[in-house]
Design a protein around this ligand. Sequence first.
Ligand code: EPU
Length: 320
Amino acid sequence: MPITVPPPPMRTNAPIPTWFGVGGGADLLARPESLDQLCACLESDRRAKVLGDGANLLVADAGVRGMVVSLDHECFSAWHQTAQSPTHVTIRAGAGVRLPRLITETVRAGLGGLEGLAGVPASVGGAVMMNAGGAMGQTGDAVSAVGVLTRDGATHTLLRNTIAFEYRRTTLFADPRRPAPAPELGPPVVLWAEFKLKKTDAGTLRQRLKRVMAAKAATQPMGERSAGCAFKNPVLRADLPGMGVAGSTLSAGMLIDRAGCKGLRVGGAEVSARHANFVTAQPGALAADVIELLRQVRQRVDGAFGVRLEPEVVIWGDAL
Ligand code: EPU
C-alpha cells in the first residue's frame, strides 16, 4: 500500500504504561490518529510493537528498542452497531476500546455475551490477540469477525471460522488456504473486532456481572499492581499422584501455592498471599525483580512437581 501521509510525531524514550508499573520505556512511542498514520508507522518500522492496555505486559528495565504504537486515539477506540436481528445485535469495537467499559455499556444496553469477561483489564485488540478471559468465558466466544492490518500494509476482514481462539492464544490467520502475508515481520495488528451479542434482560446481565466480580474479588488481589495471572494453567504430561492425570489441566496458582511460594519475594516483587499465580509489584520494584521472582517460582514448581510452567504474561525486552 503506498503511503500518502507521514507518521505521527513520536515521543522518544517514552514510558510504556503497564499495570505492573515497572520497566523501561520505548525508543519511540507513536500514537497514530488515522489508519494511514498507522500504516506509515509500520512502514518506518515493520516490527513495531503494538501496545494494548498494558494489562498483561511486563517491560524489562532496559526498555524496548524500536517503535511502540499505541492505539488509544479515538479513531481506534470507538464502537457502533453494525447489524441487528430479533435476538442479537452485532457491534464493532475499535482495538483501543477498553474492555471493561465495553462490558459495562453492553450490559447496560441489555446485550449479553461479554459479561463473563468482567474484571479482565484489556483493550479490545489485546483481548483478541490473547483470547483473554477466565472460567466464565473467553473473548473468542463472542467474536464474529476481526479486522486486521498486516505488516505489508493490507487490511483484511477475518471471519470467526477462520480464526483459532485457543487458551490465551489466538491464531488470526488459521485458515491454511489463506496464510498471513509476511508473518516473519510480526503479527497482524488488530484494528477492530465485531461481537455478536444476545438481547438479554439488563438486570439479569448485571447480576451475572456482579457474581463474576465478587468471585474475583474474593480470590484475587484486584487492587494491586500485577499483570493478572503470571503463568498459564499447565496440561499435565504425566500423572501427578493425588493431583491429576496426564492430559488434565491443573491450576498454576494451586501448584505455586503447594510449592510453598506464597509470600516469596525478590526486591519489590512478591507472590501474592491471596492468589499464588499473581506476582505483585510493591513500591520501588524493578522489572528485574519480577523476572527473577518468576524464574524462582518456575524452578520451585518444577522441582516440587516436575511441571514446567509457561508464562502467560507477555515480556518485552527479556525472556524467562
Ligand atoms: N488455588 C490455590 N491457591 C492459590 C490459587 C488458587 O490452591 O493461590 C486453587 C483454588 O482454590 C482453586 C484452583 O486453584 O481450587 C483454581 O483457582 P482459580 O479458581 O482462582 O482459577 P485459576 O485457574 O487459578 C483462572 C485464570 C484466571 C481467571 C480465573 C477465574 C489462568 C492462568 N487463570 O485462574 O485468569 O481470573 O481462572 O476465572 O487461566 C488471567 O488470565 O490473568 C487470570 C487471572
